[in-house]
Design a protein around this ligand. Structure first.
Ligand SMILES: Nc1ncnc2c1ncn2[C@@H]1O[C@H](COP(=O)(O)OP(=O)(O)OP(=O)(O)O)[C@@H](O)[C@H]1O
Ligand SMILES: [Mg+2]
Length: 234
């Protein structure tokens, strides 16, 4: 049982929310947890607690300090843009090799109750030649794909899975280990029912567990996902 990479169909889909919910669930069960958001754009140093790294640190029960931020989110950029653009604004670039090495080290912290949140969706550029997909593959981590239940989410989820499958089937050593689960995080106010989204998706994704995260009663889905990623017997 290893760490998991939390990716999604796009930005604002609920990756941080779900990661925090999983961390709190595991902590309540007495598990040792770790979490990372290695690449963070839109970071406001005056309000670190409002960032993804701040949310993860709080869910870990850790202080939102400079040391905590450096440990959890070493690549922080101010502009709320894709990481390649946000880095360029500061005359910087993300060293892909260093990012993969950091993630591989991070993944070893506490076996399965360790989460690494990506950035935006699967195909977000990190630099001129790499995307989040390459990062997942290079890290060798299995992932959770977070999607929604809005109209259009089926195509977004299946497109993301296709993109992931391409690197995972490539046979390159260190490639990602696969998709452990798809978390369907209910989109508030959607014209499409959550159950209908799960049912439709299930017909197209044989063999990958689907987990339903209902807005008003998320705990059952969070508990199921927590058990899929890191069974209580581990
Ligand atoms: N199941 C949920 N219940 C309540 N609020 C939620 C839920 N899922 C997401 N949210 C809220 O929706 C917003 C976007 O979610 P979140 O920040 O987790 O997205 P993200 O995928 O991590 O985005 P990013 O790409 O910026 O990292 C946040 O305000 C979050 O608290
Ligand atoms: Mg996030």
């Amino acid at each position: 049982m290893g760490a998991h990479f939390i990716t999604g169909t796009g930005t604002d889909i609920g990756k941080t929310w779900l990661a925090c919910a999983l961390l709190r669930h595991w902590r309540a069960a007495g598990r040792q947890v770790a979490a990372f958001k290695p690449v963070l754009s839109g970071f406001d140093p005056r309000q670190p607690q409002a960032s993804d790294a701040g949310a993860l640190l709080a869910a870990l029960g850790r202080e939102v300090s400079a040391a905590g931020l450096d440990a959890v989110a070493p690549w922080r950029f101010k502009a709320p843009l894709s990481p390649d653009m946000a880095a360029a604004r500061e005359g910087r670039r993300i060293d892909f090799g260093q990012l993969v090495a950091f993630t591989r080290r991070a993944a070893g912290v506490y076996s399965c109750a360790t989460l690494v949140e990506g950035v935006g969706g699967v195909m977000v550029p990190l630099d001129d030649t790499h995307t989040v997909r390459d990062w997942i593959a290079g890290s060798g981590l299995p992932c959770v794909l977070v999607t929604g239940s809005y109209l259009g989410s089926l195509s977004h989820a299946l497109t993301a899975l296709e993109a992931l499958a391409r690197v995972m089937r490539s046979g390159i050593p260190g490639d990602g280990a696969g998709v452990t689960a798809i978390a369907v995080n209910e989109t508030p106010g959607s014209t499409v029912a959550l159950d209908a989204t799960l049912e439709a998706l299930s017909r197209h994704v044989a063999g990958i567990p689907l987990v339903s995260i209902a807005r008003d009663t998320p705990q059952a889905g969070v508990a199921r996902l927590a058990e899929l990623l890191c069974p209580e017997t581990v």
